[in-house]
Design a protein around this ligand. Structure first.
Ligand SMILES: Cc1cc2nc3c(=O)[nH]c(=O)nc-3n(C[C@H](O)[C@H](O)[C@H](O)COP(=O)(O)OP(=O)(O)OC[C@H]3O[C@@H](n4cnc5c(N)ncnc54)[C@H](O)[C@@H]3O)c2cc1C
Ligand code: SF4
Length: 510
């Protein structure tokens, strides 16, 4: 393969397809597209395989029922095997950066120094992190969300924090030219997100990388301790069913299929891992929500969705401190209707108040180790239910959301437990601190799968090193959220892009 890069839809090509490349990258999200761009710009012949479609901003219709099936795995319905936790993950050229909310934050120092203490990470000393972050922040044009752009919904969280004397502040994002339409979660029709598709893909293509969309990798092929290539299938973009085979010969393969996809592929491919961590250390930042019914119209769907955070309960420096990160969270009408508790008239009554609702979420820095396994040739399964300490923290976060909503002026707070709970202004919400978080008893949602193939220096423990290089299979690399040694208690994308740079350079040198 040579010449200028193009994105081909594999399902439209003559199949079966046999290709070769110096480097084959599986997945085109934050980690994969960055690694591909860096390797291509260093002169490597790069082929990216992406299971999802290539979508332009003009195809982002702002309709949930159209965009969820196109932008999310399992049409947005991915969940743990027992259906107790929803796990949202993106597909498409650009991965989860197409639909994410563009928050950018570095991994807190307390967590990074713990990683260094416990896992070594000799290729990632503090000064390397510093330079990677600076580079990514400039590449994605990260800047604070201007205060004049904070929506009423976000201002309510600030008012709640101020009234309680709790810590909070503005967030940074990677947007330019944003008109505040509020549709980030279903893709930006205004091309205002400085994401993998807008910023990195054009550079990767200009450097000669080729991208095969609608092409799902099945396994890494290897022999005698060395990578040989990737076995994949072309998939129909609508039905997502396989329509033919694709074989890629490559001596270097970089898995960037996200913390679920990468671990599942490693296990399906029988890649050796004497430490046994692969797929057994998944973290997801589980989250719960509470909704406030305000006198005023909040119109929470308008504007930049998240620009203010409450960090009062994010006490990551303290041993045994709280681990809840609180943000405004809002769903478009279909999503909201599925989350609002109750049925029939009671449900209609709450939905009538939709313009008046404000919703806060508590997302926790989780300690629970979940499990990812391959399921058949193309699927995967996730087992995750927060362990006791994490359930206690979720209950505490739920209480904090309710407290903040009342402090911000809500006249009623609704908690989507089964059966639902409702508190009128003046009522105590303290019982929520001990609320039992039980399967099926409350909606638990996760949008940050990570840490399923944690990097580390010791090959007896870790499967990959801090350049994403697999310790036990020559030519294999990992570049995505799988690499985090623990969860991080904040938005992961910036650090995943940074690791993409780090791994891309190692790939280029290899
Ligand atoms: C609703 C929502 C909002 C979010 N908001 C933020 C935010 O504001 N800030 C933030 O930092 N993070 C946010 N995130 C999370 C963030 O987007 C992800 O953590 C990040 O994009 C993960 O990067 P990644 O490279 O690990 O995987 P992804 O970006 O998910 O990319 C993985 C890619 O691999 C592809 N793939 C998977 N399996 C295969 C296969 N077998 N073959 C070929 N391709 C495959 C997928 O289709 C996907 O395109 C949000 C996530 C969600 C769901
Ligand atoms: S709020 Fe901004 S980034 Fe989000 S969809 Fe609208 S224009 Fe795009």
């Amino acid at each position: 393969m040579s010449g200028a890069g193009v994105v081909f839809d594999a399902s439209r090509l003559s199949l079966p397809l046999r290709l070769s490349a110096e480097v084959c990258v599986v997945g085109s999200g934050a980690g994969g597209m960055t690694a591909a761009m860096v390797a291509a710009e260093a002169g490597r012949e790069v082929l990216v395989l992406e299971a999802g479609e290539l979508l332009s901003s003009s195809q982002m219709s702002q309709r949930e029922e159209e965009m969820f099936p196109r932008l999310f795995w399992e049409s947005g319905g991915r969940s743990t095997r027992d259906r107790a936790v929803k796990v949202h993950q993106g597909r498409g050229v650009g991965g989860s950066t197409l639909h994410n909310l563009n928050l950018c934050k570095r991994v807190p120092e307390a967590i990074r120094s713990r990683w260094q203490r416990e896992r070594g990470l000799r290729h990632l000393p503090p000064e390397r992190w510093e330079s990677l972050y600076s580079e990514v922040e400039s590449l994605l044009r990260v800047s604070p969300v201007p205060e004049e752009s904070w929506s009423r919904h976000n201002q309510l969280l600030r008012e709640g924090c101020r009234a309680l004397g709790w810590k909070g502040g503005g967030l940074s994002h990677n947007r330019t030219g944003c008109i505040g339409s509020g549709f980030c979660e279903v893709g930006c029709a205004y091309d205002a997100k400085n994401n993998a598709a807008r910023v990195l893909l054009p550079r990767a293509l200009a450097a000669g990388a080729q991208v095969l969309s609608c092409c799902q990798a099945v396994r890494v092929q290897h022999q005698g301790g060395k990578v040989r290539g990737v076995q994949a299938v072309a998939v129909d973009p609508r039905s997502q069913r396989p329509v033919g085979e694709v074989h890629v010969e490559a001596k270097r393969v970089c898995l960037s299929a996200s913390a679920t996809g990468t671990a599942a592929m490693l296990l399906r491919s029988g890649v050796p891992d004497p430490g046994g961590e692969t797929g057994d250390t998944l973290r997801i930042h589980p989250a719960v929500v509470a909704a406030g019914d305000f006198e005023e119209e909040v119109r929470a769907w308008e504007g930049i969705p998240q620009s203010y955070e409450c960090t009062e309960l994010l006490q990551l420096e303290e041993e045994g401190g709280h681990r809840s990160w609180i943000l405004p969270a809002f769903a478009h009408p279909v999503g909201a209707a599925t989350m609002v508790p109750g049925h029939g008239a009671a449900h209609r009554e709450v939905m009538r108040r939709y313009p008046h609702l404000g919703v806060f979420t508590a997302m926790i820095h989780d300690l629970t180790a979940g499990r990812v396994r391959p399921e058949g040739e193309l699927g995967l399964s996730i087992d995750y239910w927060p362990e006791e300490g994490d359930r206690r923290e979720l209950a505490y976060g739920l209480w904090a959301c309710a407290k903040l909503l009342f402090a911000a002026g809500a006249r009623r707070v609704l908690v989507p437990t089964f059966p639902p709970r409702s508190y009128e202004r003046g009522e105590s919400v303290d019982e929520l601190r001990q609320h039992p978080i039980e399967k099926g008893g409350i909606d638990v949602v996760a949008v940050h799968p990570m840490s399923s193939v944690p990097m580390g220096d010791d090959p007896k423990v870790a499967a990959v090193d801090s350049e994403g290089r697999h310790h036990h299979l020559e030519g294999l690399f990992v570049a995505d959220g799988s690499l985090f040694p623990t969860s991080i208690g904040g938005p992961p994308q910036l650090s995943i892009y940074a690791l993409g740079l780090q791994v891309g350079r190692a790939l280029a040198r290899s």
